[in-house]
Design a protein around this ligand. Structure first.
Ligand code: MCF
Ligand code: FE
Length: 423
């Protein structure tokens, strides 16, 4: 059927990564949409689209790759103001250095957050899962061109301050709800099982269930965390004795009881568990049952915990895996393409091309599912969030070559608006 509308745009490229589960690649493909309307009308060969929409404004990149705008599902914008002030190589040493520099790290937040946003756009990221510890990033993120799932973080294990911290969380959550739009989605982050009182966690899980809000948590990032949750001893015992002046601190959960607490959410809202470096088979089975996504942050994991996420175990349990950069306090930049390049080299036992496809799905369709977004796949009805990368020659083994060579998008659309490049 022919449509006559001058507002239709068609973008095409030598290869289109649809980013469905089969990693379908359309040769000489394209997408059609109406300028400013956030729904993909059609995905087909560029030629067919031009027949279907004869009045459309078109652009074709003969050596390019067209794919969904990338999605960084785990980033801390507020922790962007440092170059080299942290101790790496041991999670306890890192956390001590973070606590020591906490105030100075925050610095001039406006510029730091803007820098982080620009870094996302410049590598083709259109959506982020932003973990906000203080709420100081919400206005600038809500006004940015990015699609943002905004995770208000709850933290606090000292019974004496739980009430205050919960009220503080509710205020931040309410403030973020005032900014809610199709590109700014308020959500909830439980910092981690070691740092959050169970009373607060229960309230927050009930709230997320009621609001159908995405919920994120750092989970089993270090061996110290596992030791603490299982035996209430080790690094975290000293940490709480020093910081919270508690004489005999005890963990509120075991790893499994923390996961079980999340079950009311499993058919209501998306659950993201970040890191999962020390999970047992039983816990992985529970994560699968929760219908949760694991977010791995390989560079952060190397620096803080000396370990990479065990991708094979997630495949066995059919758990989707997404990839994020974490914040600059545990990375040297927040460039998601650099994260993919790094991950490609971190798993030498895996088939290279299959790994490349898996990694691309981890920053597109799987990250979209993780955040509850309607993007991340180029299909009719999905949001108009896409990136076009141009290359000086056409790509052999294109998913692999894409990760190796993609630097900056030629064009980036988010919410049916061009946010980078001009066409
Ligand atoms: O994901 C990394 C490492 N694990 C935990 N927390 C953080 C990371 N990057 C920043 N953080 C923040 C976190 O959101 O650091 C604080 C929290 O506000 C840690 S306080 C125990
Ligand atoms: Fe994090």
């Amino acid at each position: 059927m022919k449509h006559s509308s001058q507002n239709i745009r068609i973008f095409g490229a030598k290869e289109v990564f649809v980013c469905d589960e089969d990693f379908q690649i359309l040769q000489n493909g394209g997408i059609a949409f109406e300028e400013g309307k956030d729904t993909i009308l059609c995905v087909d060969t560029f030629e067919n689209l031009c027949v279907q929409f004869p009045d459309a404004k078109t652009h074709f990149s003969p050596q390019g790759i067209l794919l969904p705008a990338l999605i960084n599902p785990h980033i801390h914008f507020e922790f962007g103001g440092h170059i080299a002030r942290f101790n790496y190589g041991d999670f306890g040493a890192w956390l001590d250095s973070l606590m020591e520099h906490r105030d100075s790290i925050l610095g001039d937040l406006k510029d730091i957050i803007q820098e982080g946003i620009n870094e996302q756009i410049l590598c083709g990221v259109g959506s982020v899962g932003a973990i906000s510890s203080y709420g100081d990033d919400k206005e600038i993120l809500a006004q940015s061109p990015l699609r943002v799932v905004y995770f208000n973080e709850a933290i606090g294990s000292n019974p004496a301050s739980v009430d205050f911290l919960y009220q503080n969380f509710l205020q931040r959550f309410e403030d973020s709800r005032k900014l809610k739009s199709s590109t700014f989605i308020p959500a909830i982050a439980l910092h981690s099982p070691y740092s959050l009182h169970s009373i607060m966690a229960k309230h927050l899980i009930a709230l997320a269930t009621k609001e159908c809000a995405p919920l994120s948590a750092h989970f089993l990032e270090s061996h110290y965390e596992r030791e603490w949750l299982e035996t209430s001893s080790g690094y975290f015992r000293g940490f709480f004795q020093r910081l919270a002046s508690l004489k005999d601190p005890t963990s509120f959960y075991t790893p499994l009881s923390f996961l079980e607490m999340l079950s009311p959410l499993s058919d209501k809202s998306p659950i993201l568990l970040t890191h999962c470096l020390h999970t047992s088979l039983k816990e992985l089975a529970q994560i699968a049952q929760l219908n949760a996504t694991i977010v791995m942050c390989p560079r952060s994991n190397r620096l803080l915990s000396n370990r990479y996420f065990d991708i094979k175990s997630s495949l066995t349990h059919h758990i989707p895996v997404a990839i994020g950069t974490d914040g600059k306090s545990s990375n040297f930049n927040v460039n998601l393409l650099d994260e993919l390049r790094f991950a490609l080299f971190a798993y030498p036992q895996m088939d290279l091309l299959e790994l490349a496809k898996m990694l691309i799905l981890g920053v597109t369709s799987r990250a979209a599912k993780a955040l509850g977004l309607q993007n991340g796949t180029l299909q009719t009805g999905k949001n108009v969030d896409f990136a076009l990368f141009d290359f000086p020659e056409s790509l052999n083994q294109s998913p692999l070559s894409f990760i190796l060579h993609a630097k900056k998008p030629q064009i980036l659309y988010v919410n049916a608006k061009c946010v980078y490049g001009s066409r």
